[in-house]
Design a protein around this ligand. Structure first.
Ligand SMILES: Cc1cc2nc3c(=O)[nH]c(=O)nc-3n(C[C@H](O)[C@H](O)[C@H](O)COP(=O)(O)O)c2cc1C
Length: 283
């Protein structure tokens, strides 16, 4: 059993590294072999939108370290992602890897791994979107996130001063390893609103009747009972969330791949029409 820790902060011995290591110590206690990578130590270029992974059904053609990171995830049984909250969201390396995840998303080599997420943050009320990227990344790859944690810590390397956060990170690591051993991938973290990602963010759709998790696209409706908001999701809606194998396959097969035909059919027209933008302002 192997558990891989991924650190999404540049800071050496920062809170993310410390809390991720604490979680790995918990996993080790449960018998896991552990490994850690600092994501920013690796070259991860932006997705260049060439669509080779889509149309040629192959690994990403960019020669950098992204394929190595995805391969390390694929050869692990569990993944613990530590990603600090920077300006309301996860750090940029996480988004970079979300975009580069197009090939592994289609290959399903990471699907079914057990995941845990740790988000260190400093300012209450400044974390609203932090789990959106961590969930988008891991759920799009098919990882079963069984625990996620917002850790209130402050400045550089201060995490060890917050014993409750250290204990929770340790427990998260143990839970990840236990879930691998038992095969029970049920969510054990704090309950949120979305039944899939357990985050608390909702979009109100234009019909002004429907609400939707922006990450998982699970749709529901609101009821107010005794002044309290209740969000109702039908079982059917829950089953149809964005990240099911079926929905992802449909997305690639019916939405993305057919765009090739349109692209080829409109080749001459595009060349003519786009010509007036070529060279404008020197680019
Ligand atoms: C550029 C920057 C932006 C930050 N933005 C937020 C924020 O929006 N919300 C928050 O709660 N903390 C924010 N923080 C604080 C970090 O989340 C916190 O210090 C965390 O422990 C950093 O982990 P690290 O030391 O592993 O990088 C920010 C820190 C930096 C450097």
């Amino acid at each position: 059993m192997k558990v891989l820790g991924l650190v999404g902060s540049v800071r050496k011995l920062g809170n993310t590294e410390i809390l991720t290591k604490e979680a790995l110590m918990g996993a080790e206690e449960e018998g896991a072999e552990v490994e850690i990578l600092r994501l920013t130590d690796y070259a991860v270029k932006p997705c260049q939108g060439c669509a080779a992974c889509l149309f040629q059904e192959r690994d990403c053609i960019i020669e950098d370290d992204a394929n190595f990171i995805f391969a390390a995830m694929a050869t692990s049984d569990g993944i613990i992602l530590g990603a600090p909250c920077y300006i309301l969201e996860a750090t940029a390396i996480v988004k970079q890897l979300i975009d580069r995840g197009f090939a592994p998303m289609q290959q399903n080599k990471i699907r079914g791994k057990v995941g845990g997420v740790i988000v260190p943050y400093a300012t209450r009320g400044w974390t609203q979107n932090a789990f959106q990227q961590t969930n988008t990344w891991l759920l799009s790859l098919g990882v079963d996130v069984i625990d996620q944690l917002l850790c209130h810590v402050q400045g550089l390397s201060e995490a060890p001063l917050f014993s409750r956060e250290i204990e929770r990170a340790h427990t998260l690591g143990k839970r990840v390893a236990q879930a691998i051993k038992t095969g029970d991938h049920a969510y054990q973290g704090e309950e949120g609103i979305c039944p899939i990602c357990h985050d608390r963010n909702l979009r109100v759709l234009k019909d002004m009747e429907t609400v939707e998790c922006p990450v998982c696209a699970v749709r529901g409706s609101l009821q107010v009972e005794g002044g309290k908001i209740k969000v109702i999701f039908t079982d059917e809606a829950v089953k149809r969330h964005r990240w099911t194998v079926r929905n992802l396959r449909r997305h690639f097969t019916y939405h993305l791949k057919p765009s090739k035909d349109f692209f080829l059919k409109t080749k001459r027209e595009r060349k003519e029409m786009a010509g007036r933008y070529k060279g404008y302002l020197g680019m």
